[in-house]
Write a protein that binds this ligand. Structure first.
Ligand code: MLC
Ligand code: AMP
Length: 512
C-alpha cells in the first residue's frame, strides 16, 4: 500500500457491501463511499485541479470530509487541513502560504473566508457542504460539484508513496505556523505499523469523535479504519454524555480514542451515573499527557487500562504502550516497530544513557518531508543523520519505555489543542491599548493547561479583560483565547530584555 486511498480502494474491492462509516443515522458501505470518492476526484480534475495543487478542507466531521479528503488524493492533489475554529489570522496565513485555489467548507466557513476575500487573491472556488452561496467566490453545492464529474471516468491512478499528501500547519513558535509536508508513504507506513501493533482488524468499530482536521482523528482514527476494512461511527464532535451512553449501549463498538480531557469527562459521567462501564477492546489516549491519577482512576472505574501513545503532526505516531504487556502509567511506551526514538543532550545533541533526561528525537519512514517553503526551518529541525528533533523532553527507562517530562519549546496544550504563546502575544500586542503581553500555560483540571495572559496597558489607555478576550476571539481560534487576563505594570525581563516566563508564572501562581 503506497497511499491510504489505495488501501481503502483495496478494501472496497474486497468487501464492497461492508459498512465503513455511520453518521447521524446514515450508513455508507465501502462501495458507496468509494464511488463518491471517485466522483469527487473526477470533479476536481474537471474543475482544473492539477497534480500537486492544494485543496483546503475547512469542515467539521462529516462524510463529505472523508470524500473530499480521499477524492483529493485520488486526483493527485494535496490536502491542507484547517481547524474549524480558525479565524482571520490563521486562515489568512494558511490559505495564502499554501496557495490554495479551492476550499471545501460549509456556509459558516464560506462566510468567514468571504470576509478575507481581498487578502486571498489565489482562492477561486468553494465547495459548500449543506449548500448555500457565497458571492465572493465561485461556489458549488457539494452534491452539485459531484454531479460535474464526467460520466466516463478516467482509469484510477493512485498516488505514489513519494507524492505529497497533506500540508498540516503546526508549531508557530514565531507566531506563524509552518506547513508540515507529509508524504503518502509517511501516512501508509505509520498506519501499517500502528494497526498491527494495536491488533486492529476488520471486526473493529471505532467511535470517532476526534476532529478529522488533526493527526489524531484523521491519521490514526480514520486511516486505521479505512485500511483495515473496519468501520467507524463518526460524530460531529465529542459530547461526554452521549458518548458514554453509546459506549454503554452499542456492543458493536470495540474502540475509543481520545485526548485526556475526554477521558476525564467520561470518568465523571461514569461516576455520576454510578454504573459499571462496558469493557471495550481498546481505549487509546494521546495528544497531551495523561496523568497517572486519571490513568489509575479510569482503570478502577472502567476495569481496564488506557493505552497511551505519543505523536505529533510532523511524525504522526512515534511511540506506544503495548497492546499485550504492561501499559505503564505516565509513560508513552516504546517506538512502533520500524521506527526509532532516542534521547539526546539538549545542548550538545549527544545521545544520553537511559534514565537521563534530554530532548527526544525520532527517525524512520513516518517522519515528514520538511516544512512547506521553509528550507531553513526544515534544516534546523533535523540532525545531519536524519533524526527529527521533536522539541519534547523526556527519558527512557532501562527496559525501553519513554516518559515525556517537559518541552524545549514554548507550547501550551489545552484539551489536546496546541497553543503557541507567541501567536497569541502578537495578536494582543497589535491592540492599540496594549503595550506588551506575555502568554502562559497554567494547570487546569479539565483541559490539562489553560491559556493565561499577563498584559501591560499602553500609557494613558484603558481596556478591560473582556474586551481583550473578545478581540482575540475575532482574530484567532476560540480555544487560543486567554481564559484569564492579568494586568501588570511591567513584565519581568532579564539583562537581554527577554521576558522571564518562569518567573512570571511563579508570580501569577502565587497570586491566584
Ligand atoms: C474547545 N474550547 C476550548 C477547547 N476546546 N478551549 C480550550 N481548549 C480546548 N481544547 C472552547 C471553545 O472555543 C468554546 O469557547 C468552548 O470551549 C466550548 O466549545 P466546545 O466545542 O463545546 O468545547 P468542548 O466540547 O468542551 O471541547 C473540548 C474537546 C475539544 C476536548 C472535546 O477541545 C477537542 O475535541 N479536543 C481534541 C483536540 C485534538 O484532536 N487534538 C489532536 C491534535 S493531533 P467559546 O468561547 O467559543 O464558547 C496531535 C498529535 C497527537 O496532537 O499526538 O495526537
Ligand atoms: P501537534 O503538534 O499538535 O501534533 O502536537 C504534538 C505534541 O503533543 C507533541 O510534540 C507532544 O508535546 C504532545 N503529545 C502528544 N502525545 C502526547 C502524550 N501521550 N503525552 C504527552 N504529550 C503528548
Amino acid at each position: 500500500m503506497q497511499s491510504i486511498v489505495e488501501g481503502f480502494a483495496g478494501q472496497a474491492e474486497r468487501q464492497p457491501e461492508k459498512t465503513v462509516l455511520l453518521f447521524e443515522g446514515k450508513e455508507f458501505t465501502y462501495n458507496q463511499l468509494y464511488r463518491q470518492v471517485v466522483r469527487f476526484s473526477e470533479a476536481l480534475k474537471r474543475w482544473g485541479l492539477k497534480r500537486g495543487e492544494r485543496v483546503a478542507i475547512f469542515l467539521e466531521n462529516c462524510p463529505e470530509f472523508v470524500i473530499a479528503y480521499l477524492g483529493t488524493h485520488l486526483a493527485g492533489g494535496v490536502v491542507v487541513l484547517v481547524n474549524t475554529q480558525y479565524r482571520q489570522v490563521e486562515l489568512r496565513h494558511i490559505l495564502t502560504d499554501a496557495e490554495v485555489r479551492l476550499c471545501v467548507t460549509d456556509l459558516t466557513g464560506g462566510e468567514e473566508l468571504a470576509r478575507l476575500k481581498a487578502e486571498l487573491p489565489q482562492l477561486e472556488a468553494l465547495v459548500l457542504v449543506g449548500g448555500g452561496d457565497i458571492d465572493a467566490f465561485q461556489s458549488f453545492e457539494f452534491e452539485a460539484f459531484l454531479d460535474t464529474a464526467p460520466a466516463s471516468q478516467s482509469p484510477v491512478a493512485f498516488p505514489s508513496g513519494e507524492d505529497l499528501a497533506i500540508i498540516a500547519y503546526t508549531s508557530g513558535t514565531t507566531g506563524r505556523s509552518k506547513g508540515a509536508m507529509l508524504l503518502h508513504s509517511n501516512l501508509a507506513s505509520n498506519i501499517e505499523t500502528l494497526t498491527s501493533s494495536w491488533r486492529w482488524t476488520e471486526n473493529d468499530r471505532l467511535l470517532l469523535t476526534l476532529p478529522l482536521f488533526h493527526a489524531h482523528g484523521l491519521m490514526v482514527g480514520l486511516h486505521g479504519t479505512l485500511t483495515t476494512g473496519a468501520s467507524a461511527e463518526l460524530r460531529r464532535r465529542f459530547e461526554a454524555g452521549p458518548v458514554f451512553e453509546t459506549l454503554q449501549q452499542d456492543s458493536r463498538i470495540t474502540m475509543f480514542f481520545g485526548v485526556p480531557t475526554m477521558y476525564g469527562r467520561l470518568l465523571a459521567e461514569a461516576k455520576q451515573r454510578n454504573v459499571t462501564p462496558r469493557r471495550l477492546r481498546l481505549f487509546v489516549s494521546g495528544s497531551a499527557p495523561l496523568s497517572e491519577q486519571l490513568f489509575y482512576e479510569f482503570e478502577e472505574v472502567f476495569g481496564q487500562r488506557i493505552l497511551e501513545r505519543y505523536g505529533m503532526t510532523e511524525t504522526i505516531m512515534n511511540t506506544t504502550n503495548p497492546y499485550e504487556g504492561e501499559r505503564r502509567a505516565g509513560t508513552v511506551g516504546k517506538p512502533f516497530p520500524g521506527q526509532e526514538a532516542r534521547v539526546v543532550h539538549v545542548k550538545t545533541g549527544e545521545p544520553l544513557p537511559d534514565g537521563e533526561s534530554g530532548e527526544i528525537e525520532v527517525r524512520g519512514p513516518h517522519v515528514f518531508k520538511g516544512y512547506w517553503k521553509r528550507p531553513e526551518a526544515t534544516a534546523e529541525a533535523f540532525t545531519p543523520d536524519g533524526w527529527f528533533k521533536t522539541g519534547d523532553l523526556g527519558w527512557r527507562s532501562p527496559d525501553g519505555y519513554f516518559t515525556i517530562n517537559g518541552r524545549a519549546r514554548e507550547l501550551i496544550i489545552s484539551g489536546g489543542y496546541n497553543v503557541y504563546p507567541r501567536e497569541v502575544e502578537e495578536v494582543l500586542e497589535q491592540h492599540p491599548n496594549v503595550a506588551e503581553a506575555a502568554v502562559l500555560g497554567l494547570p487546569d483540571p479539565d483541559l490539562g493547561e489553560q491559556v493565561v495572559a499577563v498584559v501591560v496597558v499602553a500609557p494613558g489607555a484603558k481596556i478591560s479583560g473582556e474586551e481583550l478576550v473578545a478581540y482575540c476571539r475575532e482574530q484567532l481560534a476560540s480555544y487560543k483565547k486567554p481564559r484569564r487576563i492579568i494586568f501588570a505594570d511591567a513584565l519581568p525581563r532579564n539583562a537581554l530584555s527577554k521576558v522571564q516566563k518562569h518567573l512570571l508564572k511563579e508570580q501569577v501562581e502565587a497570586n491566584i
